[in-house]
Design a protein around this ligand. Structure first.
Ligand SMILES: NC(=O)C1=CN([C@@H]2O[C@H](COP(=O)(O)OP(=O)(O)OC[C@H]3O[C@@H](n4cnc5c(N)ncnc54)[C@H](OP(=O)(O)O)[C@@H]3O)[C@@H](O)[C@H]2O)C=CC1
Ligand SMILES: O=CC(=O)O
Length: 328
């Protein structure tokens, strides 16, 4: 008999079939009020689970997953799970680092360009028939090339962003991490500094840390007040890393120039969010890695991770490996 796996995100046919050769799949399109009873019944039977980062499975749900051996997420972020709790049950949480670095950095750079050059605001002006004469300084953008980019969270994706900025746009790179990243210092002349100094001296600030107890609410009113009045704030990490109300205030009062956001405290972002009323906010629907190629590669990686971890090998791509008890 094949082990039972709960799949809660639609997969491309090829990867769904590969999963089905190894496991008996119990399949759901997300987890919501309409499928709650069946989903929770499947969770109680599941030895493995695989799905995306959009579905939160809090501890009180996972407590019901009494047969669970492995959780595999089709994302690099793992904040939808309590890693400590799963580690206390010796359950590895597998994720997809690396395969999405370049695509996510492309998205971040798109946010940088769109905010700096007011691309969406001006495109809407053209589409809505409001382009009546050559635009004047009140609608000019600001340069990207040659400016200073501050990256909070110089990890895999942060470095891919630094590469674009430094090698392609001649930007000066500075960064904040808990530990220094000597590779980024060598490759992109990145300068290490504390978060407050970075905020006060960057033209663009991009947050790319994971969401953890330490980073939740890390950028709030005090931090926005430190930023330069002409600076631009980019968030590609998780919405809860910043205080969204404080950001809205900073944008409304033009304390900072603009913001480019791929992630929000609540997703999907409610249409009545004040962010939707702001010309100086460029908003993406959490599409950091959303290209056909990269999303496929992430699924391949997550299916591989599940197959390997279910057979006891979680030596690669395990987000809580350092917390697990060794089997030998
Ligand atoms: N918008 C989207 O679609 C996507 C969003 N993401 C998000 O981006 C996150 C980062 O991904 P990735 O680059 O692969 O992760 P990495 O682990 O490679 O990088 C994270 C970086 O954050 C730093 N960091 C962690 N905690 C802190 C802290 N308290 N203060 C300052 N820096 C900190 C780490 O350095 P150090 O440990 O030295 O502090 C590390 O350099 C993911 O966890 C996910 O939430 C990822 C992919 C797509
Ligand atoms: O947000 C996306 C991820 O992979 O994490």
């Amino acid at each position: 008999m094949k082990p039972k796996v709960l799949l809660y995100k639609p997969l491309p046919d090829d990867e769904r079939q590969r999963l089905a050769t190894h496991f008996d799949i119990m399949e759901f399109d997300g987890f919501h009020r309409d499928n709650e009873i069946e989903f929770l019944a499947a969770l109680r039977e599941a030895e493995g689970i695989i799905g995306g980062s959009g579905i939160k499975l809090p501890t009180e749900r996972l407590e019901q997953a009494i047969k669970l051996k492995v959780a595999s997420t089709i994302s690099v972020g793992t904040d939808q799970y309590d890693l400590d709790y799963l580690a206390s049950r010796n359950i590895p949480v597998m994720h997809t680092p690396g395969v999405l670095n370049e695509t996510t950095a492309d998205t971040l750079f798109t946010l940088i360009m769109c905010t700096a050059r007011r691309a969406l605001e001006l495109s809407n002006m053209v589409k809505e028939g409001r382009w009546k004469h050559t635009i004047g300084p009140e609608l000019y953008g600001t340069d990207v090339h040659g400016k200073t980019l501050g990256i909070i969270g110089m990890g895999r994706i942060g470095q891919a962003l630094a590469k674009r900025a430094h090698l392609g746009f001649d930007m000066k790179i500075q960064y904040a991490n808990r530990r220094r990243n000597l590779q980024a210092e060598q490759d992109y002349k990145a300068q290490y500094m504390d978060i407050d100094s970075l905020l006060a001296s960057s033209d663009f600030v991009c947050v790319m840390t994971p969401l953890t107890a330490e980073t939740a609410g890390m950028i709030g009113e005090k931090e926005f007040a430190l930023m330069k009045p002409d600076s631009i704030f980019i968030n590609g990490s998780r919405g809860k890393v910043i205080d969204e109300s404080a950001l809205i205030k900073a944008l409304q009062t033009k304390q900072i120039r603009a913001a480019g956001l791929d992630v929000f405290q609540q997703e999907p972002l409610p249409a009545d969010s004040p962010l939707c009323q702001l010309d100086n906010a460029v908003l993406f629907p959490h599409i950091g890695s959303a290209t056909l190629e990269t999303r496929h590669n992430m699924v391949v990686c997550a299916v591989d991770n599940l197959i390997r971890a279910m057979s006891g090998d979680y030596s690669q791509n395990c987000a809580n490996g350092h917390l697990l008890k060794s089997e030998d």
